[in-house]
Design a protein around this ligand. Structure first.
Ligand SMILES: NC(=O)c1ccc[n+]([C@@H]2O[C@H](COP(=O)([O-])OP(=O)(O)OC[C@H]3O[C@@H](n4cnc5c(N)ncnc54)[C@H](OP(=O)(O)O)[C@@H]3O)[C@@H](O)[C@H]2O)c1
Length: 287
């Protein structure tokens, strides 16, 4: 497993992290099996959220020593109109469910620019940090809004969507994060569409418009004799401005496959070059 330093936090993190959204809807034994698999492969970052059903509880009940050696990232809901007390209450609940004394990365969960830029909201995170409840004040936000959030408040780590079919962060977001020492965690690296599934949620609908990119991925996968999962994960791993790519799956076979892919590292330079040439010839909305 390769490791990187997560921006200015100084934390040494594995280049792939466990996306624990999917752990929220499986039983505790299955969740622990998946956590053990990723831990044994060297994964040391786990991303969950207060809103991921049983996910925090399952992580809380996991092996204490393994948890101690992992970077735990969770999220607090911060809807419009939320108060600092709401955020502190969410953090306290996460501490209890995760059974840890301190949360390494506390991310506001898709707050939007208005909430993310509020001084009292960031102040609540700072208050929690000073009280020893969290280590770093962070944010999870969609790529088009994320840079404005980083410009408004000094979030230490950003989690955002980035993949071969979501190149938007390359416009300026990733360079901004790098220049300001912000750690970057990529989510939705696979995206359900690369596996030819129907969208589950309304926010996935716009991805339907990216059919030219999907055709490209299908062609590229055949051309390169790689699976689409391998292409997109190794594409993200090739970007030095991204520190962690989350692996979201509740399927042990898929997790094993993804962990093996991660061991093969960044996409080779000739394939990256072919991809960049394709992108240059097909300027699309998602870029
Ligand atoms: N707003 C936010 O903060 C936010 C939003 C989204 C996600 N996240 C975080 O990011 C993590 C990952 O995001 P995500 O789950 O939305 O997107 P993702 O990782 O891009 O996609 C996950 C989907 O891909 C499938 N998959 C994974 N590996 C596969 C393989 N090798 N072959 C076939 N199918 C495969 C999984 O299904 P199976 O289970 O069937 O394998 C799952 O449905 C989440 O767990 C969560 O921690 C955060």
């Amino acid at each position: 497993m390769e490791y990187k330093i997560l921006g200015a936090t100084g934390l040494r993190v594995s280049v792939v992290g466990m996306g624990a959204w999917q752990l929220g809807s499986v039983d505790v034994a299955s969740a622990h099996r998946l956590l053990d698999m990723s831990y044994d492969a060297g994964v040391n970052l786990i991303d969950t959220a207060s809103g991921y059903d049983e996910s925090e509880d399952h992580i809380g009940a996991w092996d204490a020593a393994k948890k101690q050696r992992s970077v735990i990232a969770t999220k607090a809901h911060a809807p419009q109109g939320c108060t600092p007390a709401d955020i502190i209450a969410s953090i306290d609940r996460s501490l209890m469910r995760l059974r840890v004394e301190m949360i390494d990365l506390l991310q506001l969960h898709s707050p939007g620019i208005e909430t993310a830029s509020r001084d009292d909201v960031f102040g609540a995170l700072e208050q929690a940090r000073q009280a020893g409840k969290i280590c770093f004040a962070c944010i999870s936000e969609d790529a088009p809004t994320a840079q404005a959030c980083l410009e408004a408040q000094p979030y230490a780590v950003l989690q955002t969507d980035y993949s071969m079919i979501t190149l938007y962060p390359e416009r300026s977001l990733l360079a901004y994060a790098q220049a300001h020492g912000v750690g970057v965690i990529a989510r939705e690296v696979f995206g359900r569409f690369i596996f030819d599934r129907e969208p589950w949620y309304w926010w996935e609908e716009p991805m339907k418009a990216r059919s030219d990119q999907m055709q490209m991925l299908a062609w590229f996968a055949r051309h390169a004799d790689y699976s689409r999962a391998e292409l997109t994960l190794r594409f993200v791993l090739a970007n030095p401005q991204v520190h962690v790519a989350l692996l979201g799956t509740a399927n042990p076979d898929h997790l094993a496959e993804n962990l093996a892919i991660a061991e093969r590292g960044a996409l080779p330079a000739d394939l990256l070059g072919d991809f960049r040439a394709w992108v240059a010839a097909h300027p699309a909305d998602g870029l």
